[in-house]
Ligand binder design. Sequence first.
Ligand SMILES: NC(=O)c1ccc[n+]([C@@H]2O[C@H](COP(=O)([O-])OP(=O)(O)OC[C@H]3O[C@@H](n4cnc5c(N)ncnc54)[C@H](OP(=O)(O)O)[C@@H]3O)[C@@H](O)[C@H]2O)c1
Length: 309
Amino acid sequence: MKAVRIHSYGGPEVLVYEDAPRPHPGEGEVLVRVHASGINPVDWKIREGHMETMLRHTLPLVLGWDVSGVVEELGPGVSGLKTGDEVYSRPDISRDGAYADFIVIRESEVSLKPKSIDHIHSAALSLSALTAWQTLFDAAGLAAGQRVLIHGVAGGVGHIAVQLAKWKGARVIGTAAARNHEFVRKLGVDQIIDYDTERFETAVRPVDVILDTQGGVTQERSWKVLKPGGILVSISSPPSAEIAATHGVRQAFVFTQPNAEQLAEIATLVDGEKLKVTVETVLALSDAMKAQELSARGHTRGKIVLRVL
Ligand SMILES: NC(=O)c1ccc[n+]([C@@H]2O[C@H](COP(=O)([O-])OP(=O)(O)OC[C@H]3O[C@@H](n4cnc5c(N)ncnc54)[C@H](OP(=O)(O)O)[C@@H]3O)[C@@H](O)[C@H]2O)c1
């Protein structure tokens, strides 16, 4: 099969589009014919070697952990899926990914894809939507009537998070560059902050929940925007428990986990027209280098996706 792999960590030039062995599904696993593979910042962070000690990958490694495709073959013991099923997944990030014609995924990480969108859009959805779900609902327990500040609301995670928060009945404040304001207004953001010209900590009344996609100074400046007892959930860098305590608030760091049940709920929301994923750019599998360079600029509106089939 064709795949984009790395044989060493480094810059975009270590991505190699090449022939690679087609994997075989083991016990409880399925082989998926990949139709599309979503791009995420974690792809180039892993390529650069930043997560080497955490994930201990064996090289060569196929990158890409956002996939939509069709079940091609079942491993022993698989009972909930059949060949020909159209599926999507955010598979285990410690194994080979989906910048390839085929990927082997555990059945427990795979869900039927939304029926109302194509493979390009469902490959754009799984990782970002699971992240938004696990931060807003599992970690923060966001409830109707609460106020949530979402940093980077136009990005892959942010543009899904605003819709999930609105679906839950929350009021959403989001930070974005001016060129994205119309986009995020249409997604339902109630108060938009231009992070280039406004200080969010003075423009925003205290909130119950902050979703921090940025880390660094954005995270440092965020503490004072929380109500007493509120929670800052970061997906960028682990917040300090000591600093949270001095502000009388809570903190959490989320590293997104595969979850087929949550993906099934997300697919229902998409098919019920409650959730829409925006794809800014579609590139060929062989253009993975270009796709990662675009992602690494840090200003993606919605998602970038590789078309594989
Ligand atoms: N822990 C986890 O499991 C997990 C899961 C998913 C993602 N992440 C991480 O979370 C981060 C965001 O992921 P993503 O997929 O949403 O990335 P993305 O699609 O690249 O979006 C990032 C967004 O950040 C915005 N931005 C840039 N500078 C900003 C600033 N100073 N203040 C506010 N917004 C700013 C950009 O919007 P503008 O164009 O409007 O500037 C862009 O849309 C990445 O670092 C990623 O690695 C972690």
